[in-house]
Design a protein around this ligand. Sequence first.
Ligand code: FAD
Ligand code: THG
Length: 813
Amino acid sequence: MSHTRENPRVVVIGAGIVGCSLADELTARGWTDVTVLEQGPLPAPGGSTSHAPGLVFRTSPSKTLAEFAKYTVEKFSSLQVDGVPCFDPVGGLELATTPERLAELHRRAGYAASWGIRGEIVGPARCKELWPLIDESIVLGGFHTPDDGLARALLAARAQMERAITRGARFLDRHTVTGIERQDGRVTGVVTDRGTFPADHVVSAAGFWGPVIGRMAGVDVPLQPLAHQYARTRPLPELSGASAEATRPILRFQDRDLYFREHADRIGIGSYAHRPLPVDPFAVLPYDEARARDMDMPSSYPFTEEDWAPSWEDCRALMPALRASEIEEGFNGVFSFTPDGMPVLGEARELRGFWLAEAVWVTHSAGVAKAVAEWMVNGRPSLDLHECDHTRFEEAQRSPSYVRERGSQQFVEVYDVIHPLQPMEQPRPLRVSPFYARQQQLGAYFLEGGGWERPHWYEANASLVDALGPLPERDAWSARHWSPIAAAEARATREKVALYDMTPLRRLEVTGPGALDFLDRMTTNNLRKKPGAVTYTLLLDDSGGIRSDLTVARLAPDRFQVGANSPADLDWLTRHAPDDVQIRDITSGTCCIGVWGPAARALVQPLTREDFSHEGFGYFRAKQAHLGHVPVTAMRLSYVGELGWELYTSADLGLRLWDTLWEAGQELGVIAAGRSAFNSLRLEKGYRAWGTDMTDEHSPYEAGLGFAVRLDKEFTGRGALSPDITRRLTPLLLDDPAAVVLSKEPVYVDGAPAGYVTSASYGYTLGRCVAYAWLPAGLATGTGVHIEYFGEKVPATVAEEPLFDPKMTRIRR
Ligand code: FAD
Ligand code: THG
């Protein structure tokens, strides 16, 4: 097979910053047969890179994006063209003019500390010192990041292109890709207006043209191009004599959706304040036609004055010197927005050998290129990319209207203060479980995840709050998308019984004569058990990183139900499955209720002839049963750490199942409970959430999941495992019973940042906030640490797991 050859033929589509960087990273790894095809003229072919002002702010709530940006800065700092460096470390400054923004800047300072980015909160006087043109009387404070700065995007593209060429790459401009050739589900070549290029791997680095290239390949590229305004002032007398391109930090004024940089004696200003201006990528003009119509380039549309006017007033309020100035030139420049604001990366599900490196900012470009090159060459990137993997989107999140609506919303929200639990507003509701009508009747407070409406608590339980006694007061931020009702629901689950809608939990059906061997080889735990067994097991990659944690129920000799996490699990298993194994995602056609609490057995047993006693239906066992009229698959396990079952049935019978359980539970005091209580209960039990607490960057031993690894069998990733660890997913309890943190806050050991919080929730049973954090291994139980929350140092103590019910007496009875 040609694609497995030592030096495979790679065609990269697009010579923007991403394509150039990718050619450099691939050739650096020994893949030197790289052809970059570009429709426009080099070195400024007319895509988004050709007019990017190149601001690089590295801080992000996403660790992965921060890592991409750190690498970009590091790499561009080492590159120059004709003596001009490709990165200018002028620093970054974000301004707050409202108390909410100042709080947000503290939070951002926390992300920076968590991800290893230098930065500090500064007062208005220091802001003025850093940017003398601002009116500091409207500024409450700023976040200064001295190592951020300006990327010279076109120069960096050129430097990387030239280096790639010295290693054997070729760049062909004025070649427009018109088709993708394929055979037997694999890409074989790229068709252009000037001939066909055979290829073993093809990468779409076509920027906002991604959907156009995608259509040629039969591959979904969920991004929406939108125009964004950028303008330059006339020369300002205040800046006259400036010889350098820029000396002051790149500047953000998020309260007005604006950013600023110097262009010698002019100021460049970008705005996200205007209405979304979506662009149809299929209707973008070719380079020469755009030029003929007086456009600078295909990605640059005429400046719409009316959209700019309010922002110009905001600019002048911030920088009074601008009152005497004017805009000299401006344009509406196009780039990509995705439904969740993250890039779209990875090998296409639909076509082997066809890769995506799409929706990438200049800021993240080199980091993305490195990760994609590693992925192609080594089979695996060295960073956790699950937030960027194109397989993350659910079927329901791939429609063009979804991508357009969500992409536009990302534009609108780009600088907004977003709470970690804040749900999207549109399109909703998209996916609902069969119990939706009942949930509405009970006053469910819905948040959204994966397109699903998910109850976080039910107003119907408000009357239970009084009996709890006083709860600690919450600050305004942690009180958002939270209710004391969650505490009451947690209590009711520990003391009585509650129904949890587990429908969004991903379910795969794996069948066929090879199913057992396949699942056993793919995962870490022993699956060679009789039908009726359920096993908690891990999916590792070749390097021993955790791709997912699963429950595998053997329902029949050749039929398994797998409880999984993201859509990437389906993709990963499907990719590796032999011909005698079939894998089907059954989530949408089925539903699930978790019935948990000490009274769970008393609720369920009278409804069925099957034996649901402890002896007759052991922990981590599965059975088929009828509950009233409803056939269910029951599994005795519980993510909340209480006695009970997950009950699965087909979607059509879901409502009937809910009503049956609800009626039977009335005399037991059954309630419906939501995810807020659920998350609290699972953290008290120490049950990890994949993607949040651990990813493929972590080994099972680091994550505290060594108990699910059986070294006496063969499985993917086994050879790379080592029990020696340097970091550990560490349980913390906050010392002050009234304190809370949320997630991603930095953790300080001996006064220095040593790690970050992954998940946190108030533990209502424990009377303390529980936080899990990645910290150096070997911190003894009882060690005191600090978690930084809004700039405050909150004391916490390393705890011993499990924090709740260590003897499992509540589950195994
Ligand atoms: P592009 O640069 O668009 O490259 C894609 C290339 O593919 C193009 O050259 C195109 O001609 C080529 N191509 C497309 N179709 C075909 C085909 N069929 N055949 C052959 N070639 C094809 N980012 C930041 O990080 N910081 C900023 O401050 C910043 N400011 C911005 C300001 C504005 C006004 C705009 C518009 C964008 C800004 N961005 C910024 C975003 C950034 O510019 C883009 O995200 C980035 O340049 C995308 O790079 P790319 O290589 O993916 O795409
Ligand atoms: N239910 C089902 N499948 C799932 C989940 C679920 N798959 C994905 C995700 N959630 C997996 N996560 C967990 C985490 C912990 C447990 C179950 C699923 C659990 N652990 C026990 C423990 O750690 O003590 C038992 C482990 C064992 O006995 O091996 O219960 O919620 N269906």
